[in-house]
Design a protein around this ligand. Structure first.
Ligand SMILES: [Zn+2]
Length: 582
């Protein structure tokens, strides 16, 4: 993901300059100007009814002696309103024996008791699901752009990874009308952004299952969990009524039920029916365009597994043009009809960028490539697999480099846990600097590195040379930027995972030398292509390549509160004696 670069420059420091005198809690310094339509983040989700509620359970009990009595118990639970059980029968007799029947646990309570409500993510414990592994999704829906109404059905092919009598999919906002597992209707509940499903019989470990879910409604929007102050969660649109998705890490489940975590990647086919004149754009291959009576159906199919957050989708009045493709790929840019084509000039250079990145990291991992442009004034771009989505404000060459680098780092090799987000953003940001080095020369690369070092060390915030000023500036940097290996759940895209993540790799490149460094990155992609990896995996590879000292270096960059010194570049923490001398 890439967020708005104010003034069209990538120098984070320039953006910080505009806001560094303000409240340090205002915003992460992510080269970001806040997007249109932002709302303050709430502490709880506004959809999915996750608030605590009280349910009163009353049960009439007939005793063995034949007399009947009324018992009443009140329980306070964290289950949503949809799970409230109210059964009321009131009869009294003179003699009574009291027996309390515990309320039947809801599917949600049973799922929680099994510890199966998430895939085990350190930052977002309820995200994803466990107990099964998805192989493919077929997501088919009809969409009315006038009203935003969506009527759909998803067919999910999966394999049980344990004996499975209960499982969930991430899903929120729309109403489910039926769930069928292996051709038999299943019980289900929709609560807390989860669709919980109880098949009619327990599936054995290793058993395949086909889950069909029918649903309809309006794709929901809600405060983004991972970005303070941003509304996200599925529905994005432009003034012209273009609908699109930009949902890292957890909003795709507003469109369809998913095991919405990068750890469960799957093949995806998207089939969208829209009114005539509208176009539905997604990733992979456009397999079919079918004209119905007053509608058109677009069928797109991904040829490699994809994490749900990386599925592109745009529905609008799009035009398209092919781009130069000397590598033999189909490269297509989709843009709003009538757009001034000069505004999308940077895409004509994509094949050059792709050639450059392929030399560094190994062959481009997918069969197709394109770009989707939306004019939403959002200041966001997202590296959707095979078809990154760019707000018009971010159609800039350096952003194109960033999103293309993600096809290797993030898309082909995905994180196993969102706490490893720097594994996506560090290499993508480094790639921008490497492109700068390629195009403008090493002096510009060095300047990029030095500027970022000054930002993360606190030098950028320095307003004097007293001990107090140094302490203040250092503290400000530490407060604004967490160490990139230790992200926080409500600030996942803190600029640290980008800028300090990239500096981590610069330090490693300096330490190892170019040949071992880039060989290591190619090995990384070769080893984990189309799968997942962790920071621990990278640290092992760093050890293999450069031994203990290289590993120690990377660990200090990832986990220490402030960046370590870079003596070979004459860059030191504030207050360091080299600084004092110099
Ligand atoms: Zn990114």
């Amino acid at each position: 993901m890439k967020r708005l670069i104010a003034g069209g420059t990538l120098l984070g420091c320039l953006v910080v300059a505009a806001s560094c005198g303000g409240d340090p809690a205002v915003a992460p310094q992510d080269n970001t100007t806040r997007a249109v339509g932002d709302t303050p983040a709430a502490t709880t989700s506004t959809t999915g009814a996750s608030t605590a509620t009280s349910s009163t359970v009353e049960a009439a009990v007939t005793t063995a002696a034949g007399s009947t009595t009324t018992t009443s118990s009140t329980t306070t639970t964290t289950t949503p309103p949809t799970t409230t059980i109210t059964t009321t029968t009131t009869t009294t007799t003179a003699t009574s024996t009291t027996t309390t029947i515990p309320p039947e646990p809801t599917l949600w309570e049973r799922l929680q008791a099994l510890g199966r409500e998430g895939i085990g993510d350190a930052l977002y414990p309820t995200l994803g699901a466990s107990g099964y592994d998805v192989e493919s999704y077929l997501i088919a829906f009809r969409f009315d752009p006038e009203t935003g109404w969506l009527s759909g059905s998803s067919t999910i092919a999966a394999v049980a990874t344990t004996d499975l009598d209960l499982f969930s999919l991430d899903f929120f906002g729309m109403e489910t009308s039926s769930v069928i597992v292996n051709s038999v209707p299943a019980d289900y509940e929709q609560v807390s952004e989860e669709l919980i499903i109880a098949p009619s019989r327990t599936l054995g470990e290793g058993e395949p299952m086909t889950v069909s879910v029918s649903y309809e409604g309006v794709v929901a929007s809600r405060p983004a969990r991972a970005i303070q102050g941003l509304t996200s969660g599925g529905r994005w649109s432009t003034d012209e009524g273009t609908f699109f998705m930009m949902n890292e890490p957890d909003g795709s489940a507003a469109l369809a039920p998913f095991n919405d975590h990068p750890l469960d990647k799957a093949l995806v086919t998207v089939e969208v029916e829209v009114p005539e004149g509208w176009t539905a754009v997604s990733g992979g291959i456009l397999e079919e365009v079918r004209q119905e009576k007053d509608t058109s159906v677009f069928r797109w199919s991904m040829q490699q597994p994809v994490a749900p957050y990386l599925i592109p989708l745009g529905i609008g009045k799009f035009a398209s043009r092919p781009e130069p493709d000397p590598l033999g790929l189909e490269i297509t840019t989709w843009y709003p009809e009538g757009l001034d084509l000069e505004l999308i000039d940077p895409f004509t250079d994509q094949h050059r960028i792709l050639g450059f990145l392929s030399e560094l990291f190994g062959p481009y991992p997918f069969d197709t490539l394109g770009a989707m442009v939306v004019d939403a004034g959002l200041g966001l771009a997202l590296e959707h697999q095979t078809l990154p989505t760019y707000d018009l404000s971010l159609v800039q060459e350096e952003v194109v480099v960033h999103e293309l680098a993600h096809q290797w780092f993030g898309n082909s090799v995905s994180v196993s846990d969102w706490s490893d987000i720097w594994l996506n953003e560090g290499p993508a940001t480094l790639s921008q600097w490497l492109w700068t080095e390629e195009i403008l020369g090493v002096i510009d690369y060095d300047r990029e590195v030095a500027n970022h070092y000054r930002l993360f060390s606190g030098e950028f915030f320095l307003s004097g040379d007293t001990t107090e000023a140094i302490e203040r500036a250092t503290a400000m940097a530490a407060r604004r930027f967490y160490p990139p290996g230790l992200p926080s759940a409500d600030d996942l895209f803190n600029y640290s995972v980008y800028g300090r993540g990239a500096l981590t790799l610069v330090a490693l490149r300096d330490h190892l030398g170019d040949e071992p460094f880039f060989r290591m990155l190619r090995t990384w992609h070769d080893t984990h292509r189309y799968g997942n990896a962790t920071t621990a995996d990278l640290l092992s590879l760093v050890s293999e390549t450069g031994g203990g000292p290289a590993r120690d270096l990377v660990e200090s960059w990832l986990y220490e509160p402030l960046p370590p010194a870079m003596p070979e570049r004459d860059l030191y923490p504030l207050g360091h004696e080299e600084n004092a001398q110099g």
